[in-house]
Design a protein. Sequence first.
Length: 185
Amino acid sequence: MPLLIILLEAALFSSALSIDAFTASIAYGSKNIQIPLKSVIVITAICTSITAAALFAGTALSTILSPAFAAVLAFSILFIMGILTIKSAILKNPEIADSDASKHISIKEAALLSISLSLDGIAVGLGAALMGINPWAVITFSLITNTAAITTGCRIGKKISQTLPFNTTYLAGAILIILAFTQFL
């Protein structure tokens, strides 16, 4: 597979997975809740680690499944996750993550937040691996996109201090559904 395709697929998967972090970070920024660099690193590391575990599990699973079954399973996982992502609500109450009301996300709070942000990474990582996506490329892009999503989201939230005129959850779901259909191209 050409390097450009490998990188594009990895970038799309990583971007879809980081949209939740981006949207949540906008909400935190709009409430003047800080996410310090140490907490950003914790969130990124945990989210990426969970996705990586799912990618490697999916890669191992793909060696024992027939290619046709793996394709159908990958499509099903990504399509269902896309629909569920579109229907889900992103953490609309950032105060919940800031449990001590300190106006900044501590390392402990970041660890708890990252687990909720990375649950979709399990299913999407498994589906991506079944599609044959390069796990190392996804892991690399995940580190970059999660960090950028969190820091940029906080800055945007601080500047706008109001809700966006559109819900970015729909964008993450749409990307996953499109990626599901690429399985049959």
